[in-house]
Design a protein around this ligand. Structure first.
Ligand SMILES: *[C@@H]1O[C@H](CO)[C@@H](O)[C@H](O)[C@H]1NC(C)=O
Length: 427
């Protein structure tokens, strides 16, 4: 079991000299916090066999939402009733269901129901499977600003509970998770259920968009079918972005194109993921989505000893594509410590930015979550919130400017090849 429930982040192509000072302070004053135990009582729940459990929602296209839930009772239909008034459901939708077996463990009936069209920034009340408790969700705004929460390596320890409480204490629109969800690790399959119950109070209210990490693979030689639980339970809108796999996809939400990459599936130039990413980036129109962000599990840059170099082969395969497309920010998980990098490409600072003695600008081993508030087409505010109870202390914060508004980075420089065929020439 992993000890540190924090995520690392690295930011491409950004340069803010003042944060070098912050780095020195932070590394001197901030010592690693001790791990906390697994939450043990989550195997129990007080809902009936037919009641929905582990309810979570995810975005599907512009104005639809997928509601996912599990029932022990096989007879419960895959339906969701919903409406804008509590207890009164003017619409309903029917979806699909799945189930899987892993050694002696058999999952409950896993339902996925797409509802919509839904109005932007509107609260809907909904009920799953025709009975049981009522939930409510809020759809994302259709105009900026929008606030993303970013948290990786979530797990289910008492630190997880603390992180979730801090996330829930402040409003947000969409949660992004760059991998490692339940840490069930093949041998403890019911931990997917307990994880689903732990996150339900949050993931049933706001869309949670996830990609996978190494702990979600769940494959060993004698059991080669990878991602069985992850794919069954955390179905993401991959078809909407032309992907053929739940392991990588992209989506748009107000002014932002979010790319979810897969660190534990093929990424070499012959792979489906590589070809999909190439085609996906070619479709990005920065006049519609000026913000372009990517998430993946295993970082391409990392100055910690842990997992050093683990993301290197994927970086070699895919970094150039992201660089040429002028991705604004890349988030990763895996290393359980916070780290922010300057604008970087191929291990060096990007020529679009001024020189710096180090590409790693801020490191701290705190537990916490990040928030990316996209304020308008050009500016976003990033903040790292430590679980420094009882207050959610801000450890690191800075303004980001979208590369789509940087004429230096978007222009074809003289004599050189265009930075990208993906770049919209009008910007
Ligand atoms: C975008 O937001 C930044 C930060 O608040 C602000 O300085 C800038 O003027 C805004 N741009 C526009 C076009 O409103």
């Amino acid at each position: 079991m992993e000890k540190w429930r924090v995520f690392s982040i690295f930011i491409f192509f950004l340069y803010f000299p003042r944060v070098l000072l912050v780095q020195l302070h932070a590394s001197e004053e901030y010592a690693r916090q001790a791990p906390r135990p697994i939450i043990v009582n989550t195997g129990h729940h007080d809902r009936s066999e037919s009641d929905p459990q582990q309810v979570h929602i995810s975005l599907v296209g512009k104005d639809h939402m997928r509601v996912s839930f599990v029932t022990s009772d096989q007879q419960v239909p895959s339906t969701v009733e919903y409406g804008k008034t509590p207890g009164s459901y003017e619409a309903s939708a029917t979806g699909e269901h799945t189930q899987y077996t892993l050694f002696t463990y058999t999952s409950g009936k896993i339902h996925h129901v797409v509802i919509g069209p839904l109005e932007p920034r509107t609260t809907y009340h909904y009920r799953c499977g025709g009975s049981g408790p009522e939930f409510s969700l809020r759809t994302p705004t259709s105009t900026l600003p929008i606030e993303f929460v970013v948290v990786g390596d979530l797990g289910q320890t008492e630190w997880t509970a603390s992180t979730l409480a801090h996330i829930g204490a402040m409003d947000y629109d969409v949660l992004l998770l760059p991998g490692d969800l339940s840490y069930a690790d093949l041998l403890q399959p019911p931990r997917w259920d307990s994880f689903g119950r732990i996150v339900e109070p949050y993931a049933s209210k706001r869309p949670w968009m996830v990609t996978h990490g190494n702990h979600d693979v769940e494959s060993i030689l004698s059991y080669p079918e990878a991602f069985k639980a992850y794919n069954a339970r955390w179905l993401m809108p991959y078809q909407q972005s032309g992907s053929t796999s739940n392991l990588y996809y992209s989506f748009d939400v107000v002014g932002t194109h979010v790319i979810m990459l897969g660190s534990y599936t093929d990424f070499d130039p012959e792979s489906d993921q590589y070809k999909w990413l190439f085609a996906d980036l070619a479709k990005v129109d920065r006049s519609v989505t000026p913000w372009l962000i990517a998430l993946l599990h295993t970082p391409w840059y990392n100055t910690n000893k842990a997992h050093k170099g683990s993301g290197e082969s994927m970086r070699k395969a895919m970094e150039e594509m992201l660089y040429k497309a002028r991705v604004d920010v890349v988030y990763a998980g895996h290393v359980h410590a916070y780290e922010r990098f300057t604008r970087v490409y191929d291990k060096k600072e990007d020529p679009c930015g001024p020189p710096s003695p180090s590409i790693s600008l801020y490191r701290e081993p705190s537990f916490g979550h990040g928030r990316l508030r996209i304020v308008n087409n050009t500016h976003a505010y990033w903040s790292w919130h430590r679980n420094n109870e009882p207050d959610s202390n801000v450890g690191d914060e800075l303004w980001l400017e979208s590369l789509s508004s940087s004429s230096a980075c978007m222009q074809v420089s003289n004599g050189q090849e265009s930075p990208s065929k993906f770049v919209n020439d009008e910007l």
